[in-house]
Ligand binder design. Structure first.
Ligand SMILES: [Zn+2]
Length: 220
């Protein structure tokens, strides 16, 4: 039996990191997810992908794991429903393509809005809504983990995923695109998430204090 890959805790609605504009980064940067040792960008990207698979998501942006940097991961799955029907196929085995994007720049190539798909967010668990207007097709210019400039064009569902993840880098959430009365329908759940987000932050702060004390003891 292999040990499961480490994953990051996902920041919940109400956590202020989800509302901050993220800063640009370089592929050579070392990052430290709160509660974890400093890691290379590749290690962070791998752990973000594992975190996303574990949560059965299609994308995850760095602010969702507490990092205020312009980076996200996303995947295209092989959604052959007939073949997958009735099977608990591990998501990872259905990946067609993985994306790790640094400093993405989105350009709309088909302005026509699509509102038909249901949208959700790993930071806003169990809330799914139709009606988030997204451009039908986008181009994304980004830097990859090797520092190379890349371009990808996406339409329909993948275009929606890229727009959703890119929004996270500007502190925007999919609920912001919905009418207030639709958001209000989820008021109780959202308040509960905000409370949980605060508890999680308190626990992280406590861990950080304990960590600092242990290090001080080691030096004595
Ligand atoms: Zn999201």
């Amino acid at each position: 039996m292999s040990t499961p890959a480490p994953i990051y805790p996902i920041r919940l609605y109400g956590d202020p990191v989800l509302r901050r504009k993220a800063r640009p980064l370089q592929h050579t940067d070392t990052l430290q997810v709160p509660g974890f040792a400093p890691q290379t960008l590749r290690e962070v990207a791998d752990t973000m992908l594992e975190t996303m698979f574990a949560a059965r998501g299609v994308g995850l942006a760095a602010p969702q794991v507490g990092l205020g940097v312009r980076m996200f991961v996303a995947v295209e799955y092989d959604d052959n429903e007939e073949e997958n029907e009735g099977k608990e196929t591990p998501l990872k085995s259905r990946v067609l393509r993985e994306y790790v994007m640094l400093n993405p720049k989105l350009t709309v190539i088909n302005k026509k809005k699509d509102k038909s798909e249901t949208e959700g967010c790993l930071s806003i668990p169990d809330i799914y809504e139709e009606g988030v207007p997204r451009a039908r097709a986008v181009r994304v210019d980004y830097t990859d983990l090797e520092g190379q400039a890349q371009t990808v064009e996406a339409e329909d569902y993948l275009a929606r995923v890229f727009q959703h993840e890119n929004d996270h880098l500007d502190g925007k959430l999919f609920l912001d695109h919905l009418p207030q009365d639709v958001v209000n329908d989820h008021r109780a759940a959202l308040l509960a998430m905000q409370r949980q987000a605060r508890l999680n932050l308190d626990r992280l702060a406590q861990q950080a204090r304990q960590g600092a004390e242990e290090h001080r003891d080691e030096r004595l």
